[in-house]
Design a protein around this ligand. Structure first.
Ligand code: 13P
Ligand code: SF4
Length: 311
């Protein structure tokens, strides 16, 4: 029972006492974004985790992100407020099935979205995030055959943009799948001058209507630099919090799902973290992310390639 405890004050105290850094993704609740030392997209958060000199990384995000932090910073204690904060893309790609798929296509390299398990990273050649995928793909020789997993929408988007065939793993993000084209077009009719920004995890019937397609940080940057005063945002709606902080005089509207509002597009995994669980994680230094050393080193190879090729 945490009643009577000033959770925010305790987080502040423990952050110093533990020499902890709090990293948060844009899809986290506003109160977690507000007290984080750094808020970013998957690539930026990986870089921060790799560089930090803190003793503890408290990761307000999902499991694959905390795993990535541990892979890159093995000497740090990495805590995730709720270990059940998974990802539908990770779930769609069991390592044994991925291994069999790779073995069936020995002449292909595996270019793999960071939204996957450590085991799948270890079975991959190069990891990408939504902000680094285009730069990295362009560095791979045109005659090199590629397996892209687990997000078939990001893979399909890259394939169309660069006119490059890839074998796509059939995974999807349940959050970005839930946007409705019919409702989006209705919304756009109400705001004819508002551009649409979409994450590449969205299916083609959403991305095809977008004026800008990019990672969460890319979308935030677009919001800051766009000409108009209203933006329709086709990604997880918690990012709108950062837009309102950065550009308070513009209007941001979350793209709708089939019910006409954007609440069905809240990521249920990201939503598992909250202030109370963050406090307990800093107090007890649990739940901790631990990775067996052989597996960590194998996964680190593909992540290091990403960090090299993304810059
Ligand atoms: P980025 O923040 O890298 O765009 O990733 C989005 C996402 O879905 C994370 O789970
Ligand atoms: Fe996974 Fe989608 Fe949630 Fe991101 S928004 S963590 S891709 S389920």
């Amino acid at each position: 029972d945490l009643s009577g405890i000033d959770v925010r004050a305790e987080i502040e105290r423990l952050r110093k006492e533990r020499n902890a850094v709090i990293l948060a993704h844009y899809y986290q609740k506003p109160e977690l974004q507000d007290l984080a030392d750094f808020v970013g997209d998957s690539l930026e958060l990986s870089r921060k985790a790799a560089e930090t000199d803190a003793d503890v990384i408290a990761f307000c995000g999902v499991k694959f992100m905390a795993d990535t932090a541990k892979i890159l910073s093995p000497d740090k204690i990495v805590v995730l407020p709720d270990l059940d904060a998974g990802c539908s893309l990770e779930d769609s790609c069991p390592p044994e099935k991925f291994r069999a798929f790779r073995e069936a296509h020995p002449d292909h390299i595996a270019l793999t979205y960071i939204n996957c398990s450590t085991e799948v990273k270890a079975l991959s050649d190069v990891i990408v995030t939504s902000s680094s995928a285009e730069t990295i793909l362009q560095q791979i020789p045109l005659d090199q055959k590629i397996i892209f997993g687990p997000d078939r929408h990001l893979g399909g988007y890259l394939s169309r943009k660069f006119n490059r065939e890839m074998l796509l793993w059939p995974g999807v993000c349940i959050v970005h799948e839930a946007f409705s084209e019919t409702e989006l077009l209705k919304l756009r009719a109400q705001h004819p001058n508002a551009p649409i920004a979409a994450h590449p995890e969205c299916p083609p019937h959403i991305v095809d209507h977008a004026d800008y397609v990019g990672s969460t940080s890319g979308i935030l940057q677009y919001a800051k630099t766009m000409a108009g005063d209203t933006l329709i945002v086709a990604t997880e709606p918690h990012i709108i919090h950062q837009m309102q902080l950065a550009i308070p005089d513009k209007t941001f509207i979350g793209a709708p799902g089939a019910d006409g509002n954007c609440n069905c597009n809240i990521c249920p995994y990201m939503a598992l973290n909250n202030l109370e669980k963050l406090y307990l994680a800093l107090r007890d230094l649990t739940p901790r992310v631990e990775i067996e050393e052989g597996l960590r080193l194998a996964a680190k190879k593909s992540l290091d390639r990403m960090l090299d090729m993304a810059s």
